[in-house]
Design a protein around this ligand. Sequence first.
Ligand code: DPM
Length: 346
Amino acid sequence: MQQTNWMAVRDKCIFIFQLARIQTDYVAEKLKTLYPDVLLEIVAMSTIGDKILDTALSKIGEKSLFTKELENALERNEVDLVVHSLKDLPTTLPNGFTIGAVLQRESPHDAVVLHPKNSGLTLDTLPDGSVIGTSSLRRAAQLKKKFPHLEFKDIRGNLNTRLKKLDEKEDYAAIILAAAGLKRMGWEARVSQVLGPEDCMYAVGQGALAVEVRARDCDILGMVSTLHHSETVLRCIAERAFLRRLEGGCSVPVAVNTEVKDSVLSLTGAVYSLDGADSLKEAMETSVDSGNKESADIQHVGVTAHNVPQCAQVAAEKLGVDLADLLLSKGAMEILTTARKLNDAR
Ligand code: DPM
């Protein structure tokens, strides 16, 4: 018997829409391959968050603006799955929802897209006073410190609008965007430089896709859980636990770098003042070796992954919390509170 499931995708979202559609199609294709008998239909939706996206994300503050209406549709059973960029999902989801799948991460790094006239240059070699477009407090803070000869200005609108603003005007020498989004949009050729952790650490969850579902819907949860990528799940649980403990949303200058090697999960985390002058950065690691394969239906920072060993998930979450506590003991809250106040006053 054919079963119909509905996926939601945001429509008319200025910045994220096209990307959201591409990402939703991608997840739908994966599900179709795994479950050829399941009929998937994609429902396009627009949300308030999408309509006011001309405001810099860091000024909107509350991420749930984008996700709330989609969650309402989930709740009303109008859709069964919602595909998001994990980095846009709050670390605490509203009751009744969970992230049922975190797919294998694309490059989590940020990338430089140059104005064509600057072709061949890098952030290092761009002339003094060159203007770089980004509305991410996290990117601006790190890059201001690292490249003091550059100037940083907000840039808004969707990916196409941003590239147009870059190419057709002389306002920006370059813009910074997530490598993963550029790749999914087919704009990989415009990437002139990928920023490693020494230049710019990435945002929590960056580069990973997440599928949000009703927490109590065992059938759908079971279906999407096969999409989980264990290593990505563990890295993202650690990153999200770190951000949650710092009480950070998408609008705070918090950055991370994670790695899994030989069953050791390492997490580097940092907080910055808006100009990058003040910062705290620490690293910790934990074993995620899972001799014990026991699983349970427990959420970790919003993620339900019964096919990933429970003890490894617990260790990953603890790693994030411990690293945040270490930074808090060194004064991270003061840095973040000041950054928030200054950003609100901008
Ligand atoms: C969040 C931030 C941005 C997005 C803040 C940050 C960038 C905002 C901006 C939390 N969400 O990264 O410090 O540049 O004004 C977003 C993008 C993707 C998901 C685009 C991008 C695609 C990459 C992915 C917007 N959300 O970061 O260039 O799937 O991780």
